[in-house]
Ligand binder design. Structure first.
Ligand code: PLP
Length: 391
């Protein structure tokens, strides 16, 4: 059996079309876009076109509403969003009246870590709104946490990376807009999987990372509503109109743009294909393996993501057994691989420690076939049997 990669929420392989788009900028077109001579012209034009391509992820009219700031990826974008707003709100070096930061309790560490650091360092208040057992943050609970007179900003991911639950960002966005609270949405896991074209009516800031959509690693963007002021985190020359210094990573930005175009063009075909394969995988696992649980089932989910727990099978042991059988899956979020701590997402959902320490994430992608899903289900059955027999 060839190795089967089912960890696309951790990262995706570079698409050949993306590599082809990058190629000229890794060779002849090496100029700095900031330079006025002929060598800078094509790279500059490519970066400007890339902005439009990235914005097309957020619908056909996004360029009228938002600016793009290229950066190193999702983590930087989310740090920039939260810290960029917070730094502007400091009064005498401390949090002022607008001190509350409201976030979902299943946000990526880039959001939660930034918010908690701001609380520790500058005295901001962080309110984390717990999801229900389905992994969806209730709108009412978020509404209760928003206090228009003291809230600096709110942040809720459009879709969760671990269980794939899609959050009620439209409803929360409406509340934020009514209350004048800037709303940050982590869209890192969404391109090519769910439609983001309502974005102009949803939020003020979005975060993207090229390596989640078959683009290169180390490049991404923060998309900011025109007129919303954020302090820069990376000071330098005048790149990105002073919002993020540093010479543009032109080839990677061009690759990101190519990946964004592919995500937009492929969505209508790829999302239902992935959902069908995901459902086939569960349909194959469920009758084969006793005491298997699909975490987040029933919630609106990313089409490619299946988070499952198997009683008696610790996440790391199962991921290892699967790897031995040639199937790569994640024991919870990839950034924590190696650590045997319960998934913070499943814990926030109120699932038992037993359930959250036995969960694994399967995330399908472009290359996944029905045969892969069939083979993965067999590998699950064998792996679970082996682990249960050894305990
Ligand atoms: N947000 C989500 C939902 C993610 O899944 C990730 C990566 O796992 C990030 C943010 C961070 O993105 P990057 O890897 O580009 O720093």
């Amino acid at each position: 059996m060839h190795p089967i990669y089912l960890d696309h929420n951790a990262t995706t392989p570079l698409a050949p079309e993306v590599l082809a788009a990058m190629d000229p900028f890794l060779r002849g077109q090496f100029g700095n876009p900031l330079t006025a001579h002929r060598f800078g012209a094509a790279p500059k034009a490519a970066v400007e076109q890339a902005r439009l391509d990235v914005l097309s992820l957020l619908g056909p009219h996004a360029a009228d509403v938002f600016d793009v700031v290229f950066d190193s990826g999702g983590t930087e974008a989310l740090n920039h969003a939260i810290k960029g707003l917070a730094f502007r709100a400091l009064v005498g070096g401390r949090a002022g009246t607008r001190r509350r930061i409201v976030i979902g309790a299943l946000e990526h560490y880039a959001v939660a870590g930034s918010a908690r650091w701001l609380a520790e360092r500058f005295g901001f208040d962080v309110v984390e709104v717990a999801p229900g057992r389905d992994g969806v943050v209730p709108v009412d609970a978020f509404a209760e946490a928003l206090d228009p007179s003291t809230t600096l900003c709110a942040s809720l991911m459009w879709a969760n990376n671990e269980i794939g639950s899609v959050q009620p960002v439209r409803e929360v966005g409406r509340l934020c807009r009514e209350q004048g609270v800037p709303f940050i949405v982590d869209t890192v896991q969404c391109p090519g999987k769910i439609d983001l074209s309502s974005a102009p009516d949803v939020a003020d800031v979005f975060a993207f990372s090229a390596h989640k959509l078959y683009g290169p690693k180390g490049v991404g963007a923060i998309v900011v509503r025109k007129g919303l002021a954020l302090d820069a985190l990376v000071h330098g020359a005048s790149q990105e109109t002073g919002r993020r210094g540093g010479t543009h990573n032109v080839a990677s930005i061009v690759g990101f743009a190519a990946a964004a175009r592919m995500a937009v063009e492929g969505l209508a075909h790829e999302a239902p294909r992935l959902a069908k394969l995901r459902d086939q995988l569960w349909a194959a696992i469920d009758p084969k393996i006793e005491h298997a649980h699909w975490n987040g089932r029933g919630a609106p989910l990313l089409p490619n993501t299946l988070n499952v727990s198997f009683d008696g099978c610790p996440s790391h042991a199962l991921a290892e057994e699967m790897d031995r059988r040639g199937v790569a899956i994640s024991q919870g979020a990839a950034c924590r691989s190696g650590a045997i701590t319960p998934s913070h997402t499943l814990a926030a959902m109120g699932l038992s420690e037993n359930r959250s320490t036995t969960s694994v994430r399967v995330s399908l992608g472009h290359a996944t076939t029905a045969q892969d899903v069939h083979d993965a289900a067999d590998a699950f059955a064998e792996s679970v049997r082996a682990i249960r027999a050894s305990r």
